[in-house]
Design a protein around this ligand. Structure first.
Ligand code: DC
Length: 181
């Protein structure tokens, strides 16, 4: 069975998808983390903002691994290197929309998500999982929340990592990302 949970940034996709997966004993796949990891690689390789189309080749080879932790955020690794916090930081957040808009990058991750799902029951979360990746998913959920509420949640998540950001800045960032996404 495939459950696709969709919605804009900060709407609660990760929290809900993780909980649903836990309660139903299904695997959980954070597709946004894939795009975020590709963005980190692109930034480190100097491909942002002028050579974004070259990211797809890096993404195709990227050894992205997820390690589930009960009652905690899924840890994300690139090979042996943990990137969980880095991919949620402001730099990656600022550029992920542009990287994830690249059609070749999308093709790489759409394929990877379909292969993952072929292994068995899975809860996927991400902004095209119910429309493009699995339009035929048995259950599709679209979550909504106001920009202000989403900015407040992002602020607490960042605060937990020791990063302080003013709310009005996050409201502006999320509004811009909504428009771009
Ligand atoms: O859900 P998130 O904030 O981690 O997503 C990060 C970005 O990646 C966001 O700009 C939307 C994009 N994304 C996407 O285009 N397709 C997905 N399946 C998941 C995320």
């Amino acid at each position: 069975m495939i459950i696709a949970i969709d919605g804009p940034a900060g709407s609660g996709k990760s929290t809900i998808a993780r909980e649903v997966a836990k309660r139903l004993g299904m695997r959980y796949l954070d597709t946004g983390a894939m795009y975020r990891t590709a963005t980190l690689l692109a930034l480190e390789a100097g491909l942002v903002p002028d050579r974004i189309p070259e990211t797809a080749a890096l993404a195709a080879e990227a050894p992205i691994r997820f390690v589930e932790r009960p009652d905690d955020l899924t840890r994300v690794f690139l090979g042996d290197r943990e990137v969980t916090d880095e991919i949620r930081g402001p730099l990656v957040s600022q550029h992920v929309s542009a990287v994830s808009a690249d059609p070749a990058v999308r093709a790489v991750f759409t394929e990877r998500q379909r292969s993952e799902a072929a292994l068995g029951d899975v809860v996927l979360e991400g902004s095209d999982t119910g429309t493009v990746v699995f339009p035929g998913a048995e259950l599709k959920v679209y979550l909504v929340a106001s920009v202000e509420e989403r900015a407040r949640r992002r602020q607490s998540q960042l605060e937990a990592q020791g990063i302080l950001q003013p709310l009005d800045r996050l409201v502006a960032d999320i509004g811009a990302r909504d428009a771009y996404d």
